[in-house]
Write a protein of this length. Sequence first.
Length: 352
Amino acid sequence: MTNPSCDILIVGAGPAGSSAALTAARTGMHVILVERRPVIGVPVRCAEYIPALLMGKMDIEKSFVVQSLRGMQTILPDGTTKETQAPGFTIRRDLFDQALADAAKRAGVQLMLSTRAVSREGHNIHLKSSNGPHMTIAAKVIIGADGPHTTVGRWIGSVNQCLIPAIQVSVPLIHPMDVTEVYFDLKMFGGYGWLFPKGNIANVGLGMKRSTHTPVQLKSALKQFVARLAESGKIKDEFSGYIAGWIPTTPPRRVVHENVLLVGDAAGHTHPITGAGISSAVICGRMAGKWAARAVECNNLKLLDSYETEWRDLLEETLERAYSRRQLLEANWAQLDEIIFSCWTAFKGYYA
């Protein structure tokens, strides 16, 4: 019995996977998008900020927007504050992901929820469903958009070597805010804390590595951070909805092999210093969908190398700089007050 087939199989229905699926489907490709979770975008593992520039490029319904923001404030260990113009929006990330997936479905993409891609044999992908029979699908091209701990990446020997754990809660705001806040502290080794307003609530979280600088557990560190913000009069000292995840902090690497390509967090397209990844996921997802479709249309898998070239033209220099700054930051963490001016994007020294 012949396995069912498609032109392009995409693993992961986040911003990268859905953007790739939508782009490819609009060229007439038969696209299958598989997602391990039963509800797209749930649970949310994101600080839920997108820059205004990305919003202008989104041709989907915008009900996911919560509020607009005019900038970012960086708070240094000595209390000094640096404000940066960074217009953008806080969003409902679950609704954002669902809007992208809905657009892909309207374009003809076949969506399979509660389904994991478990193994690959050439063009054959073995899928395991939690609510149906296991199956194998033959795909001409496979796109891995399956997050920091990518399964598809393991198939081609291209995985994220460096990941930082992050944790976040939802807290009530005392007063409305129109800026995001980023906090650096010696206790948050290799990372930072954040407060991102969403109307009358805020996402408060932190990401950091364990080290001799930070012997405290991540959850305990977050509780201390929430208490600090409450003492400053910005939030109430009450919180809910613990979420946790991993942030790739790796240098650029090759993400195309044979008929497989990676995109988004799976490809390490996340900024190694800021942790930002939604914009690159959407933009590179579109690239991946475009080149996957062309490779199928021309029956030439070598065209997938053009995806590698295009995403590197866009991101490689940015990611290389960020990775080198991260190495510098971690190696000199005890001098955070001094080194931060060369290692955080709000300062000119970062780009020197």
